[in-house]
Write a protein that binds this ligand. Structure first.
Ligand SMILES: NC(=O)c1ccc[n+]([C@@H]2O[C@H](COP(=O)([O-])OP(=O)(O)OC[C@H]3O[C@@H](n4cnc5c(N)ncnc54)[C@H](OP(=O)(O)O)[C@@H]3O)[C@@H](O)[C@H]2O)c1
Length: 348
């Protein structure tokens, strides 16, 4: 006879818990909001994969999810009053630990990378439509840097910028998480690339293959005589009129991002104005939210394994220092990506 309150003898409780970063309320200071805890391991649904996380990474979205800002983000599924997910981590790389009953194509032991809510933890459940096989030539730390930022860069260049060989492309924000990938994709598509970043990033962006690099602290890259077929506006929040001035009469503007203090619109009023204006002018002015999908994770893996694209790792922090990692990103000027090592979690 079994007692329903008894623990199954083959699953000692330690084996069902994990170390994770948790946040139970929204707030802007990572040191106040994020704390380590022992929590239950998540349980997979039929269509999910349990991944043992080796590494995760930090991006601008990490802070937004932690802060719950701009406010519409809360209504978009992250939790209205308090965070819905364990922590704000999303990109990840690791090994498959278990698969749901309806999962095909993945098996325990597979090395994977992808996107899932709560990746600052030893284990996370991942939907298979946001999971792919890890590029074989990358370490787990390198692979964790890829999913969110490289998907945005790929889709900006390929789907929204529709960059073609020989076109002149201006990339504003070329040394950051998204921009460092965007420069490489634009080159892979055969464009003549001008990258814009601060002084510390100039050598990096040139090394990524940019044909020209402009230091934004030394002049306005959109103010001169140059005209571009495509502008990828990743940072700087330049006025639409400035951006249009630097486009050819039929050029394409893709607004990828740009950080503002806006609590409600988060700078998206500029995106909205671009969309409203676009039908009335010869230029195409647009914006997008990345589509997180497994097909494009395959595309990323192919570009990376062929050697055309590689992540730039700025610094690796242990899991115990996630707050410091986010603080480092907020302080500005990290070149490339900031990675969180979960396998070497550090001292809590
Ligand atoms: N649409 C989407 O689906 C999507 C997806 C991912 C990210 N995003 C957004 O994309 C934006 C960038 O993200 P990220 O991770 O790449 O940020 P990041 O790592 O902080 O990089 C920002 C880059 O912009 C440069 N920069 C700063 N001020 C500039 C200026 N005035 N002119 C030109 N360049 C400037 C920085 O150079 P220095 O370091 O030298 O200052 C750096 O190269 C964020 O707003 C993020 O939310 C959007």
């Amino acid at each position: 006879m079994t007692n329903s309150t008894q623990k199954p003898i083959d699953q000692p409780s330690a084996a069902r818990t994990m170390t994770a970063i948790v946040h139970t309320r929204y707030g802007t200071a990572p040191e106040d909001i994020l704390r380590p805890a022992r929590v239950d391991r998540p349980t997979i649904r039929d269509d999910e994969v349990l991944v043992r996380v080796h590494a995760a990474s930090v991006d601008r979205g990490t802070w937004h999810v932690m802060a719950g800002l701009p406010h519409p983000l809360r209504a978009a599924g992250f939790g209205l009053r308090r965070p819905k997910y364990l922590n704000p981590g999303r990109s990840l790389a690791g090994t498959v630990d278990a698969v749901g009953t309806k999962v095909t194509g993945f098996a325990p032991g597979d090395e994977v990378f992808g996107i899932a809510a709560g990746s600052f933890a030893e284990y996370v459940c991942v939907r298979t439509d946001k999971l792919g096989r890890k590029p074989s030539n990358l370490s787990f730390d390198e692979a964790a840097a890829v999913p969110i930022s490289a998907l945005a860069a790929l889709q900006a260049v390929r789907d929204h910028g529709r960059v073609e060989a020989g076109e002149k492309v201006l990339i504003l924000g070329a040394s950051g998480g998204v921009g460092s990938f965007a420069v490489q994709f634009a080159k892979a598509f055969g464009a003549e690339v001008t990258g814009v970043c601060g002084a510390v990033g100039v050598d990096l962006v040139r090394g990524l293959g940019a044909d020209h690099v402009i230091d934004y602290t030394r002049g306005d890259p959109t103010g001169g005589e140059h005209r571009y077929d495509v502008i990828l506006d990743i940072a700087g929040n330049r006025r639409l009129s400035r951006l249009r001035h630097a486009l050819t009469p039929t050029g394409r503007l893709v607004i990828v991002g740009g950080e503002t203090d806006g609590q409600w619109l988060g700078g998206s009023d500029r995106q909205l104005r671009a969309l409203l204006l676009s039908p009335f002018v010869g230029q195409r002015l647009g914006t997008f939210v990345s589509a997180e999908n497994a097909d494009d994770l395959v595309v990323l893996r192919e570009y990376i394994e062929s050697g055309q694209v590689a992540p730039v790792i700025n610094r690796i922090y242990p899991l115990s220092e996630v707050a410091a990692a986010i603080r480092h990103l907020l302080a500005g000027h990290p070149q490339g990506k900031i990675v969180i090592s979960v396998r070497d979690p550090g001292r809590f």
